[in-house]
Ligand binder design. Structure first.
Ligand code: MOS
Length: 780
């Protein structure tokens, strides 16, 4: 395996090839629906406010939930008195949390024996919740809950927490730490004080091979640097939330989630219910970047409250809680060493990354380099550091965004030292012998031409205070699919065609691509297909994470649609006096191949056929030889997904203000099912990347452990005036060995941006920027 990706505890892949696999698709020009820039079918609903997000769910008799949080960063709870709150008018139920999800758990529960309540380990940690008839009553009652605390020394900053005599966030060793919203580090990692690791197999990628010490000794040039990145919090438009309705035998949950099925599974597990008794609905999810899996502590409490009150209960995080408890991208201290020969051959790569997990871990603090470049001697180790702060979570290409920020700058530094063009150096060291390598080479050529790379000037060429420059970085991410993905396609006697998948839409346009793929098989327009998603009762769809929806859902949908269309053809054949294999669906009609005048409108033909309903369920093709590891949730391809980005910046060296003026993003995701949505994903990725590079940063007060900017006024996100001109180029060189040829694109679009901006900063000023974000304080 060229990438050497073999994960621990992951099974060898054995796969079954379905017999009636659809034939390969022709090039986009010959297709009517797939590959077309169709606007979101639910776009009007979204922009007019008709779309029902979990935030909007209103049920008869619904109660408002409000949680109570701890004001101290580390404390034992001595007592909780709810009596006054219970008497408050309108209060229907109170629940005290028994166990905190998304927190590392103690390996030895006896270590805290005698404690009735979970220990408070960060300021803002939820303790209890109230359900009442109005939001005001819930809030007022929540304030009446009296909690007595016994403070414990705390530590909430990364470097402090790494010290040997630092206060311990967890008194003993911990089990595999959870992240806010799923995932987690591999089990069994050693722990010293607050430091847990090394994890040298991030995402199943071994971070060690060869002898890195020997490699460094044999290098002609060594580049050594320390990079620092900040904590980035999740700021989706719609905060985390859940509405629980447990009045009947079935527990119904409305969830703002990236994975309907994960919500169902966690709820069934925690409340000891069969999965069939839990139904999860998510019509629309207002954004999610890795932290919206499972039920969360808010959901856990909503379910308890609903059971107690025998009424639906709504628990939605407010903006403050979203920042504090919603999950965050860990910060990092990365110590990186690269060694190379004079001709650019990479000989050694060594990286030690430390990042704050808060009360969790396993969200990636800087890694994956081993998969990007050819290098015989590699040592990549990452460590989670526990702190008294909100839990970390996966965040759009976890670890990779931090890691690439450092790695791609050091690569440029190396290129400069040996007098090589940065692009030529990448060409020299790209992983050879894979289609990804060829893709990156072509992307670099196309992007370099667009940005005007040949006119790039030496570093710090501008004489005045405003200095301009351009920079480059490339990215690599895993190509994931969800093997368990299923889809159902149904044709009813009245001629309507519908598709069903439990998958959800986090804003990317899932319904639209589903409809496009099905429409193609029936010769219909996408808007004529009923695309039904966001309900756990539908066949299992993919998680909206790991850039896997399009790569998993579209082949399953096409397979189901293909089979259903074949079934339909056999039923229409007698009507058209032809054989089933001569029936063609095109332009809204059914016709006999090569027989002029045989065409009949689709709906009319189906009605005449006189059946009630036909349907087919199918999965995605499962014989892809490129898989190298597989779990029920995801299979990892030997191939990757990635892209390259070029940035143009202007730095005001008097005020320290950095402006990203232009980004050229060249990406390849196989066949774009919908180029408009593909481009939108990349615009979003670059925008989020610029935001991370220049502005976003959680500020914690070391003394109190409180986040000082837990709002959207002081937690600065890129604004519309600061978004650069983004030029997206989508290439279609790569195949995907699936019936739709689609790979993912979401995460790599966010990986290279900060590094490209940093390299442009150097080209502008002649100074390296080792610390993010590039605020005036860090730049001057
Ligand atoms: Mo994400 S970090 O792909 O949910």
């Amino acid at each position: 395996l060229p990438y050497g990706i073999v994960g621990e505890g992951l099974k060898e892949v054995t796969r079954r090839v379905p017999e009636d696999e659809p034939p390969p698709l022709p090039e986009n020009a010959k297709l009517k629906s797939i590959g077309k820039p169709v606007s979101r079918l639910d776009g009007v609903e979204k922009v007019t406010g008709k779309a029902r997000y979990t935030f909007d769910v209103q049920l008869p008799g619904m109660l408002w939930g409000r949680w109570v949080t701890a004001p101290l960063p580390h404390a034992r709870i001595k007592s909780i008195d709810t009596s006054e709150a219970e008497r408050y008018p309108g209060v229907r139920a109170i629940h005290i949390l028994e166990r905190l999800l998304s927190s590392a758990q103690l390996r030895d529960p006896k270590a805290e024996q005698g404690n009735r309540y979970p220990t408070v380990r960060y300021a803002g940690q939820p303790i209890a919740a109230v359900a009442a008839h109005t939001p005001r009553a819930a809030e007022a009652a929540a304030k009446l809950i009296k909690v007595e605390y016994e403070p414990i020394p705390h530590v909430c900053q990364l470097e402090e927490a790494m010290k040997e005599n630092a206060p311990r966030v967890f008194p003993g060793p911990t089990e595999q730490p959870a992240t806010a919203g799923g995932g987690g580090a591999p089990p069994g990692l050693p722990q010293r004080g607050n430091v847990r690791g090394p994890d040298s197999k991030p995402l199943g990628t071994p971070g060690a091979r060869g002898d890195v010490g020997k490699g460094l000794r044999e290098s002609d040039v060594v580049v050594e640097a320390e990079y620092r990145t900040q904590v980035q919090t999740h700021v989706p438009m719609e905060p985390h939330g859940l509405v629980a309705d447990w009045r009947d035998e079935v527990l119904t949950l409305y969830a703002s989630t990236q994975f309907v099925n994960s919500v169902r599974e966690e709820a069934a597990e925690h409340f000891d219910l069969p999965k069939s008794k839990v139904r999860v609905i998510s019509d629309f999810t207002g954004g999610g970047f890795g932290a919206k899996y499972g039920i969360g502590n808010y959901g856990l409490m909503a379910i308890h409250l609903s059971r107690k009150a025998q009424a639906p209960v709504r628990m939605i995080l407010d903006r403050r809680d979203e920042h504090v408890s919603g999950g965050n991208r860990p910060n990092s201290i990365q110590r990186l060493k690269l060694g190379a020969k004079k001709d650019g051959t990479l000989v050694a790569l060594q990286l030690h990354s430390y990042g704050t997990g808060g009360i969790a871990g396993g969200a990636g603090v800087g890694f994956c380099h081993a998969t990007l470049y050819n290098c015989p001697n590699v040592l990549v180790e990452q460590y989670d550091v526990f702190t008294n702060a909100g839990p970390c979570a996966a965040f759009r290409a976890p670890g990779q965004v931090q890691g690439i920020f450092g790695l791609e700058q050091s690569m440029d530094e190396l290129a400069e030292k040996i007098g090589m063009d940065p692009l030529a150096l990448r060409a020299k060291i790209d992983i050879s012998g894979t289609d990804d390598c060829l893709a990156r080479a072509h992307e670099r050529r196309v992007g370099a031409e667009r940005i005007g790379w040949s006119k790039r000037r030496p570093a710090g060429a501008d004489k005045g205070p405003i200095k301009r420059g351009i920079g480059f970085a490339q990215s690599q991410w895993a190509y994931l699919v969800q093997p368990s993905t299923m889809c159902e396609v149904r044709v009813s006697g009245d001629g309507s065609v519908e598709a069903f998948s439990s998958t959800q839409d986090i804003g990317t346009g899932t319904r639209t691509i589903l409809a496009q793929v099905v429409a193609e098989e029936f010769g219909l327009r996408p808007e004529e297909i009923g695309a039904h998603i966001g309900d756990s009762r539908y066949p299992m769809g993919p998680a909206s994470g790991g850039s896997r929806v399009t790569s998993s859902l579209t082949p399953a949908a096409r397979n189901a649609a293909y089979r259903c269309a074949r079934d339909l053809a056999s039923r229409l054949a007698p009507l058209l006096k032809a054989n089933a294999d001569e029936i063609v669906f095109a332009d809204g009609k059914v016709m006999v191949k090569g027989k002029a005048g045989s065409a009949m409108p689709f709906r009319e033909a189906v009605k005449k056929a006189g059946f009630a309903e036909i349907s087919q369920q199918a999965g995605r093709r499962d014989d892809y030889e490129g898989y190298v590891m597989s779990t029920p949730d995801f299979a990892l391809s030997r191939h990757g997904i990635g892209g390259v980005q070029f940035a143009e910046v202007a730095v005001d060296t008097e005020t320290g203000i950095v402006k990203v003026e232009r980004v050229v993003a060249v990406h390849d995701c196989g066949r774009p099912i919908n180029p408009k949505l593909t481009e939108s994903q990349i615009y979003g990725g670059v925008t989020q990347g610029v935001s991370y590079a220049l502005y976003e940063e959680r500020h914690l007060d070391a003394a109190s452990g409180h986040q000082l900017n837990a709002n959207v006024d002081q937690y600065k996100i890129v604004g519309s005036r600061e978004v650069p001109k983004i030029e997206v180029i989508v290439l279609e060189q790569l195949g995907a060995q699936s019936s739709t040829d689609a790979r993912g694109v979401a995460e790599p679009a966010n990986v290279a941006t900060a590094a490209a901006v940093a390299n442009a900063f150097y080209n502008a000023t002649g100074k390296r920027i080792r610390t993010l974000p590039m605020t005036p304080a860090n730049v001057l």
